[in-house]
Design a protein around this ligand. Structure first.
Ligand SMILES: [Zn+2]
Length: 287
């Protein structure tokens, strides 16, 4: 656990823009790698890496006010410009602060995440600052001494997820694919291939995990997320084997998940998760 040092730098940020603003806490996951951890379980984390050639921001939070707090935190540690912004996927809490960083040279997303960002903004008649560089499977970024590998593992939390692996620093930024101690949102997910994506992450040589939601931790965070999804899958498939209908399945699976996950934030999402799994695995059976 040589690098597994979390230095809480003591900034508790109370977002000042009304009801939707989310409370966040700044943590230094590794030297020069900072994570603004959403402490409510409602928003998403934002991360920044400071280098001698500029700053890389990963996810920009849910609105300009929250993004402004990220920029303020950056300015407390460096005067370097923000060079790259990466959106881990298209959900509002990951992209809505992009406009605060529009002077960045490049805003990057997986190509389906970019398409969904534009589509959703048009549908909701909302202004966004979308990515100006999109990729399909893999993209490598170099800035200062940091070499980031951006990887799209296939559909997972959404259809356009990416995670970032920095081999030299043995760290993974998981985007929405890992929630720490929070029941995940599965509304746009493919559970089966999300489990595969987490297996892919487990195989990487990494020690520090920066999740999309919840506190920074170690490799067990990836396994813990995988176990939640695998148990959801197993319990729903058991109910399908027993010819249970959807309301019965929700009741049975919720009771089973409660035994292990009642301490996680947002246990209220479990009903929707069971519906999602029921739809996905019923379809696989052709029923
Ligand atoms: Zn998400």
């Amino acid at each position: 656990m040589r690098f597994f040092k979390f230095l809480c730098v003591g900034i508790l940020v109370w977002m000042n823009s009304a009801a939707l603003a989310q409370e966040a806490k700044l943590t230094e996951a590794l030297p020069n790698i900072y994570c603004m951890v959403d402490t409510t379980g409602n928003g998403a984390n934002a991360t920044f890496i400071t280098t001698k050639e500029g700053v890389i921001v990963i996810d920009t939070r849910g609105n300009n006010s929250e993004a402004g707090e990220v920029l303020k935190a950056i300015r407390k540690v460096t005067d370097q410009p923000v060079v790259y912004v990466v959106n881990s996927h298209f959900h509002n809490e990951n992209i809505s602060g992009n406009g605060v960083f529009k002077s960045a040279r490049t805003i990057i997303a997986q190509k389906r995440a970019l398409a969904m960002t534009v589509l959703e903004a048009a549908r909701e008649k909302r202004k966004v600052t979308p990515a100006n560089l999109a990729f399909d499977k893999k993209l490598e970024l170099k800035l200062g001494k940091y070499h980031l590998k951006l990887i799209h593992p296939g559909p997972a939390h959404t259809d356009g997820d990416l995670y970032i692996y920095v081999p030299k620093w043995r760290i993974i930024f998981t985007g929405g694919m890992v929630y720490n101690g929070i029941i995940p949102f599965l509304g746009d997910s493919n559970i089966e291939s999300w489990i595969d994506a987490l297996r892919e992450m487990e195989d990487l040589d990494a020690e520090v995990i920066v999740p999309g939601h919840g506190s920074v931790g170690g490799k067990p965070l990836v396994t813990q997320m995988k176990h939640y999804l695998m148990e959801l899958k197993r319990f729903v498939n058991d109910a399908l084997d027993d010819q249970k209908n959807l309301p019965e399945t929700i009741e049975i699976v919720k009771a089973k998940l409660k035994m292990k996950y009642s301490g996680w934030k947002h246990f209220d999402r479990v009903d929707e998760n069971v519906v999602r799994a029921y739809v996905e695995y019923s379809a696989k059976r052709g029923t």
